[in-house]
Write a protein that binds this ligand. Structure first.
Ligand SMILES: Cc1cc2nc3c(=O)[nH]c(=O)nc-3n(C[C@H](O)[C@H](O)[C@H](O)COP(=O)(O)OP(=O)(O)OC[C@H]3O[C@@H](n4cnc5c(N)ncnc54)[C@H](O)[C@@H]3O)c2cc1C
Length: 378
């Protein structure tokens, strides 16, 4: 890890951002033998933004087939024991609840995922209620049961990527903000930072909600990527909660809960467009959650609150990850728009980015579907 103000004069690749996108990309570059890499994080610690503020839920069914495939291959990689750094995951499964027509796309996605080998099943409410008793009071007409979903130790997962990168020779630095990207002859030439300048051939923009700001410093116009604020609420221990419950997400009514240290973590799935930067909490969200639960899940009405916070989910307009070279500037590479799946998808995201950066063979359909060129004319 680099300390002090010294930056190398020159590296091959600068990765901007020390969340899941940047850490996993650096890790997978290193695993492919590419170690002349410098990862810069503006905050004093890694994972200080969305990667440290998320709900820790691993969920493999997604309505977009490309995203679903990325999530499932990522979970297989997270489970793989062939890493030096263990990550604790409670594989307690997930129940996705749906009712009415709005549920049809996700039910179809689950059936397609099952055909492709994911252990998941569309089950009647009775089966779901056997697993989580309080669902007796909840309205839904189908549930998707995925036993291989769960709750991850997100900090351990982030540090797995960072440590794998570091021990292979990638240089990591916190407290160093990239303030500008120099361009020479139509190519990326260097990054300017709060700690000095480093020449480089590639910049990987893994700056989460700030990805557009970083691109702008290279003179690139925006892509349709925006950040949205979401709150999470944690209760103290509750006598009726079974810590072995799966995570439960009502996809039609937009709320979820999962066990958390004897109590629950919950969200009203709020999604307010928010600028990159500090994410203040809005006390109105507690009222909104309480009203929603009183109406939709009465056993969860009037819960005590132990802790609550908000973070930014950064999404492209089509909901897919944005991974690939920017055709407008040689050497500028996006790993952004990880949305609500960035922790779960992190292993595939970093692997795809590393393969593309190194010219390794990869699935052309995924490349076309994920690349930033999909938003650009011609
Ligand atoms: C409330 C909430 C719940 C979520 N729940 C889940 C979940 O259950 N499961 C799941 O899989 N995903 C979940 N997510 C999504 C997941 O957390 C994100 O997709 C993922 O963390 C995004 O990672 P990232 O690296 O792209 O962004 P970030 O984690 O935001 O990292 C970007 C980093 O770039 C740094 N940076 C910015 N500008 C600069 C600069 N100029 N120079 C240097 N560094 C810079 C920032 O400081 C930041 O640390 C959730 C997100 C939120 C907010």
């Amino acid at each position: 890890m680099l300390t002090g103000l010294d930056l190398p004069d020159r590296v091959d690749i600068v990765v901007v951002g020390g969340g899941f996108a940047g850490a996993s990309t650096a890790c997978h570059l290193a695993k492919l033998g590419v170690t002349d890499v410098l990862l810069l994080e503006a905050s004093e610690s890694f994972g200080a933004a969305a990667s440290g503020q998320n709900a820790s839920m691993i969920r493999q069914v997604a309505t977009d087939p490309c995203t679903g495939a990325m999530l499932r291959s990522s979970v297989a990689a997270i489970k793989d024991d062939d890493w030096g750094f263990p990550v604790d995951v409670q594989w307690s499964g997930s129940l996705l609840l749906v009712h009415g027509e709005r549920g049809i796309p996700v039910v179809e996605a689950a059936r397609a995922a099952a055909m492709e080998g994911l252990d998941c099943a569309v089950v009647p409410p009775m089966d779901a209620r056997k697993r989580v008793s309080i669902l007796d009071a909840v309205r839904f007409d189908q549930a998707i049961w995925t036993p291989g979903d769960g709750i991850a130790d997100v900090s351990a997962l982030l540090w797995r990527y960072l440590n794998e990168a570091r021990i292979r020779g990638v240089r990591l630095k916190t407290g160093c903000k990239v303030t500008g990207i120099e361009v020479d002859g139509g190519k990326v030439a260097a990054v300017r930072t709060t700690s000095g300048r480093t020449a480089c051939r590639f910049v990987v923009d893994a700056a989460g909600a700030w990805a557009g700001d970083v691109a702008m410093t290279a003179g690139l116009g925006p892509l349709p990527i925006a950040a949205y604020r979401r709150h999470l609420v944690v209760t103290p221990p509750l006598p009726f909660v079974d810590p072995a419950w799966p995570l439960v997400w009502h996809l039609t009514d937009d709320w979820y809960f999962r066990p958390e240290v004897g109590g629950l973590m919950l969200s009203a799935c709020d999604q307010d467009l928010w600028p990159a930067g500090p994410v203040p909490r809005d006390p109105a969200i507690l009222e909104r959650l309480a009203e929603l639960l009183a109406a939709r899940c009465p056993p969860l009405a009037d819960l005590p609150v132990k802790n609550w916070w908000a973070g930014l989910r950064t999404m492209a307009s089509d909901g897919r990850f944005v991974i690939g070279p920017d055709p407008r500037l040689q050497g500028f590479f996006w790993v952004a728009g990880l949305g609500g799946h960035g922790m779960t998808g992190s292993a595939s995201v970093g692997r795809l980015a590393a393969l593309l950066l190194t010219g390794g063979l990869t699935d052309p359909a995924a490349v076309k579907a994920m690349g930033p060129q999909r938003f650009l004319p011609g």
